[in-house]
Write a protein that binds this ligand. Structure first.
Ligand code: PLP
Length: 371
């Protein structure tokens, strides 16, 4: 179906950067620089300095980044428990299970992020780590969270897949924990033309371990020291990401402007219907709006209405994670997460949206709730 307002528009971003991207791709192909070559190293250095961290290691997805972070931190032995939220995409939990640990899922708060009180309640003598997920481009309250983690001697592995460039008290997502983990899936704020991921850290040993683990556990060409994986950030993707990284600050700025237009456009609806808008940036939270999520009544009807109006939206995770059969967590109850699964809808938000498209989305939603 051809939408007036598609949920993503990969082609348009490519068209806008075509000259630079084509040049980067031609450079890589003509030199035959395909695996772990200089573009990967250049990208790792560039993004480490953007995030204000010492080390960055390119891998092939955020799922792998999380898995390798947990492994490098020594998680996964003797029934280790790792606390995270149920209101997150499945990869967060998948990484915990793949490294041999047990995921402990807790509820979220009004900001869609981990409820810190629930986090503290879930800590047991087996708890080794916590994965805070900075969802939708907004960070968790890292002040309270880091304090609790520190007082219980827990390792913090940040899932910052949706929060590249977001900050809490001026410090960027990914720079608080032992590692920060990012995704370059095409729809992300910084998206490749394929999969990609990143681990960042200030710990030299962890960075080195992850470099070895991502390349089959090879310390040198002849010496293998771990059972690793094949999870190298593709050199071609790194060259493309190097081009796009230059535009990241202006894209974030544009995302924030579009979010502001949505806030203004929907403000009159809050009193008419029980519509809830996402939390707003303030002195502490610098949000980057990976997603603009509305909590609405009649969510499924709104989705259908917008589809008929040729506005593409997304209903994310309509089955809360803790109710996914594969996890075997029957009888588990997380009221807020369950409520969100029924109410949330994600609107198109990317820098290439035109003002006309934004206004059209707003007018359609107004028409639905206040005809
Ligand atoms: C919060 C979160 N964590 C992890 C992932 C996994 O990222 P990737 O697709 O790069 O493996 C995603 C991807 O959507 C995500 O949104």
């Amino acid at each position: 179906m051809n939408y007036k307002v598609p949920f993503v528009n990969y082609q348009l971003q490519y068209q806008n950067l075509k000259k630079e991207i084509d040049k980067a791709i031609r450079g890589v192909l003509s030199q035959g620089d395909l695996i772990l070559r200089s573009d990967v190293e250049k990208f790792e250095n560039n993004i480490a300095s953007f995030l204000g961290v010492k080390f960055a290691v390119g891998v092939n997805s955020c799922t792998d980044a999380l898995y390798l972070s947990l492994r490098a931190a020594g998680i996964g032995q003797h029934d280790d428990e790792v606390i995270t939220v149920a209101h997150t995409p499945f990869p967060t939990v998948e990484a915990i299970v793949h490294c041999g640990a047990k995921p402990i899922l807790v509820d979220v708060g009004e900001d869609f992020n981990m409820d810190i009180t629930e986090f503290e309640k879930a800590i047991t003598p087996k708890t080794k780590a916590i994965i805070p997920v900075h969802l939708n481009g907004r960070m968790c309250n890292m002040e309270g969270l880091m304090e609790i983690a520190k007082s219980h001697n827990l390792i913090v592995i940040e899932d910052a897949a949706q929060a590249l460039g977001a900050a809490f008290n001026g410090k960027k997502a990914g720079s608080f924990g032992l590692t920060g983990n990012f995704s370059f899936y095409p729809a992300k704020i910084l998206g490749g033309f394929g999969d990609g991921g990143l681990v960042v850290t200030n710990d030299q040993d962890i960075a080195e371990t992850i470099r070895i683990l991502r390349d089959h556990g090879q310390k040198t060409k002849t010496e293998i020291i771990y059972y690793g994986v094949n999870s190298r950030l593709d050199n071609l993707q790194a060259a493309i990401l190097n081009v796009k990284l230059k535009y990241l600050p202006q894209w974030i700025q544009k995302r924030r402007e579009i979010a502001n237009l949505y806030y203004q456009g929907f403000s009159s609806l809050i009193s008419i219907e029980a519509i809830k808008l996402p939390p707003r940036s303030d002195k502490r939270f610098f949000d980057v709006y990976q997603n603009y999520i509305l909590r609405v009544p009649k969510r499924d009807a709104l989705f259908q209405f917008l589809k008929e109006k040729e506005v593409e939206t997304l209903i994310k995770d309509p089955i809360p994670l803790h109710q996914q059969i594969v996890l075997g967590l029957s009888g588990f109850h997380l009221p807020y997460t369950e409520q969100l699964a029924k109410e949330i809808i994600s609107l198109p938000l990317y820098p290439e949206l035109t003002n006309e498209q934004i206004e059209y989305v707003i007018s359609c939603i107004r028409e639905f709730y206040a005809p």
